[in-house]
Design a protein around this ligand. Structure first.
Ligand code: NDP
Ligand code: 2IT
Length: 446
């Protein structure tokens, strides 16, 4: 990167956020790809848009005390980072995982700005969560934690202010408990959270949306390059919400998914992973993925999750967590003939892994674009809540597919316009940025 303005902003980000490597990683990637835009747009430099966009509008950190099943008081730390509201109310998920700290929430909130912009819907960027570990907790403990979390969060959110949703460790159960508590405190119903249950304002397809959307985006990317899912071998990391519905859609589109994982290890099933069995195991029984092999002869379980990238495949869909594919894993994928990596998780590839993709001419679908189907469908849930109406599964699914098509088209054309044809990472960053930048410029120094 040579642009002095961008170099100066990056220096400031590093100085202000020294202990947040994931946030610095996310900002560095975006600024590097914005260079041709900034070179061509002195007006955006004049409005100091980039220095403003890398600084969250508001960062909220709060105590979350809750009582465990032994009657003991536990304390976790809660976060909500309201990053950017230039194009709409803050929007983004909540993550419950022991690794959560401010730097994780900031990287996710920062990426959410550009992702939400790409969806074509009016949503700003935010993220929140806690270092609470849901693993091994009883239903009642989860409920008490969620109620306590919302007892602070409620004052910062609202359907035209900030609308949280799920992410790692937050699914329909947690959203239900949080929604109930919000309603009890404020007396207000409506679209203050998305990913709600279907009996109280949720949207059809929201559960499936990130995984389906990932496959719709990937299908567009493959087709634009003379390929398709038909007959291809796919590896999907993770076995949570995104991974499960990526498995279903990739299989429907003609691929064979041969492996999935959790944080303990991975399962290889040469006959193709069984969607109904994984859904039952993970969504209903909440068990570890290694249990799969007991009912699926021919499948094997291997301890350790990163070994999944050693499996030969045509297409890799990382759907677990950040930085799960490093340089060595990317090299292994390339050496085994993998020609496309498309990201269901947020920032699953390290910068060195991304370099390997480009060096090997692999197709690369970046998270901001490829996994935007979840938040896009959250946007559709907000629309339905405002209308007091609900669309059918087919209607929402058709809108999701159109949105993913338009996201691919936007990435493709921005990359071409700025002389980087085929670099969908640059295309996603540029297209996502430009809309937010224009909105920030138009609204003056706020
Ligand atoms: P879930 O909690 O449903 O599932 C997470 C999966 O990833 C689990 O299989 C989990 O394994 C695995 N995982 C989590 N952390 C790690 C880790 N540190 N190392 C290895 N495996 C890990 O979450 P989601 O499916 O919702 O989210 C997965 C990814 O997709 C995240 O990056 C999230 O930000 C992103 N995403 C989610 C969206 C959504 O709508 N839910 C939308 C867009 C992106 P284990 O059970 O062992 O922890
Ligand atoms: O990373 C993401 O886009 C999400 N976790 C979904 C956010 C949302 O508001 O639906």
């Amino acid at each position: 990167m040579k642009n002095q303005y961008l170099l100066g902003v990056l220096e400031t980000v590093k100085r202000r956020n020294p202990a947040e490597p994931e946030f610095i990683q996310a900002v560095t990637e975006v600024l590097e790809t914005l260079e041709p835009v900034i070179d061509a747009r002195p007006d955006l430099v004049e409005a100091n848009v980039v220095e403003r966009i890398v600084e969250p509008e508001r960062q909220i950190i709060f105590r979350v005390p809750w009582v465990d099943d032994n009657g003991k008081i536990q304390v976790n730390r809660g976060f909500r980072v309201q990053f950017n509201s230039a194009i709409g109310p803050y929007k983004g998920g909540l993550r419950l995982h022991p690794s959560v700290y401010l730097g994780i929430i900031k990287f996710l909130g920062f990426e959410q700005i550009f992702k939400n912009s790409l969806t074509t819907l009016p949503m700003g960027g935010a993220k929140g969560g806690s270092d609470f570990d849901p693993k091994g907790k009883s239903d009642n403990e989860i409920m008490r934690f969620c109620q306590s979390f919302m007892t602070e969060l409620y004052r910062h959110i609202g359907h035209d202010i900030d609308v949280p949703a799920g992410d790692i460790g937050v699914g329909a159960r947690e959203i239900g408990y949080m929604y109930g508590q919000y309603k009890k405190i404020t007396g207000e119903s409506g679209g203050i959270l998305t990913g709600k249950g279907l009996t109280y304002g949720g949207s059809l397809v929201r559960t499936e949306a990130t995984g389906y959307g990932l496959c719709y985006f990937t299908d567009e990317m493959l087709r634009a390059n003379g390929k398709s899912f038909e007959g291809q071998t796919v590896v999907i990391s993770g076995s949570g919400n995104v991974a499960i519905y990526a498995l279903q859609k990739a299989t429907e589109l003609g691929a064979k998914v041969v492996a999935m994982s959790d944080s303990n290890g991975y399962v290889y099933d040469p006959n193709g992973m069984d969607f109904a069995a994984i859904k039952q195991l993970k969504e209903v029984e909440r068990k570890r993925i290694k249990e799969y092999v007991a009912t699926h002869p021919g499948s094997t379980y291997t301890e350790g999750c990163s070994g999944i990238w050693d499996i030969k495949c045509d297409i890799a869909l990382p759907c677990a967590t950040q930085n799960e594919i490093d340089k060595a894993s990317a090299e292994k994928l390339a050496a085994n003939g993998c020609y496309a990596v498309s990201e269901g998780a947020n920032m699953p590839s390290t910068p060195e892994a991304i370099e390997v993709y480009f060096a090997n001419n692999m197709l690369y679908g970046p998270a901001k674009a490829a996994n935007a189907g979840g938040v896009a469908t959250s946007g559709l849930e907000m629309s339905q809540n405002s209308m007091r109406y609900s669309w059918t599964f087919e209607e929402v699914d058709a809108k999701l597919r159109d949105i993913m098509k338009s996201i691919f088209a936007a990435c493709d054309s921005a990359a071409k316009e700025y002389g980087m044809a085929g670099n969908y990472m640059a295309g996603a960053n540029i297209a996502g940025f430009l809309k937010v930048a224009e909105a920030m410029k138009a609204q003056g120094c706020v």
